[in-house]
Design a protein around this ligand. Sequence first.
Ligand code: UTP
Length: 470
Amino acid sequence: MSTHAQLERQLRACGQDHLADSLGSNPALADQLAGIDLASLAALIEKHVRRPDQPTLATDLAPVECFSTVTTPGRQVFDPAAVARIGDRLIRAGKLAAFTVAGGQGTRLGFDGPKGFFPAGAVTGKPLFAFFADALLGAGDRFGLVAPWYVMTSTRNHQQTVAFFKEHNYFGLDPADLFLFPQGEMPSLDIRSGRILLAEPGRIATNPDGHGGSLRALHRSGALADMIARGIEHISYFQVDNPIVRVIDPVFLGLHVGEHSSAEMSSKMVPKAFPDERLGVFCQTQGRTQVIEYTDLPDSLAHESLPDGSLRFSAGSIAVHLIGVEFVQRLNTDPDFQLPWHRAEKIVPCVDPDTGSRLNPFAPNAVKLEQFVFDALPLARRSIVLETSRQDEFAPIKNATGIDSAESSQRIQTARAADWLEAAGVAIPRTADGTPDCVIELSPRTASKPEHLAAIDLPDAIAPGQHIAL
Ligand code: UTP
């Protein structure tokens, strides 16, 4: 059978007659469909579009045990200095790479451009990507070696991102230590029929396949092979939206490779601020760690509290992981490896396949299928979770306004810098309620932990209303 006839048959078998009918007149369509796994599409449409069901939760679901650098009841305490020495050695030996997932569509933020370009610096207005570069350069100053940086983009923002790095002179990094690659795509499906939507006549609408797609994309792109060639053993995974993420963290790395872990996939968490906070929650089932998305956690569990009033399921995921290179290799060589797909309803402008007219829907018309990276956690044999301080490491920019916006992120950045500076002896102006009466942008090149400030020339005081970048 010719390739064309085979493709046509596959399309009809998964309910895509509208595409099969136009194959002859659209040779480019065949190219676009080449990257899509049509063999499994019929089952995905049935499961996620035609008969979407509520995810079932394990009956033995229990809160996860966490390590902590603060002595919180119920959390496992450990010796951070001893663990940091182990991580420190691995970083100095060049065993750690940084990895940013930056392929998302950033619809909630509504910023005109890839999210990594977003001006997150309260004083300098520097983009998110510059924060991570500064974190790598700062760690380079401290550990004597700059870790290579892998950035996952999407097909729609890849060229733009490559150009942005070049325009900014790679933010001071050596371009030989940067590896940018696009993630996989999934077809966007009509919410009622499951038909693949058309973005233009003869061109299907697609969406990036989720941050979980990174585990395959690392392999497919050659990034994993590049890591292996460099002797990298562990990957510091983080999202593009958190300017204060601790990109290189010896304590976390030391725990990740330590006796309690399989060094396959580890995570950081912060206690949830309130029951309905939109954070996935770390849980345990059958001895394995997993994250339940906030949308999938029943109200009864989200609100369940312990005798001391704290939440029973409180370990909120901040999407910071350490992932073993061997683990990613193992997953990619396992023929049965497949992360689950999650369904999201979206508005996708498209053309009517029957009339060719443009449709600009106001309500969700599409199902987007995505994989989540944390679904790889149960595949790890033993996986540790480290509690960290929210103010020190988590100030995400997801929304245009309100919670998790640029404004809230910059407020957290100033509060964190003010506390660290005050501890280092700098007088901070504060309003009656204790809020810093100034705006401080602290570069991760200067400090990613309070103790790094000891090595820096600091002002004696910051003036009320002052805007200062350090
Ligand atoms: P979000 O869940 O915040 O999604 O991604 P998003 O697409 O960026 O934003 P919204 O939901 O449309 O507003 C969390 C992280 O995962 C990355 C994002 O770039 C961000 O760093 N991501 C998400 C990918 O790299 N690829 C994806 O397909 C989805």
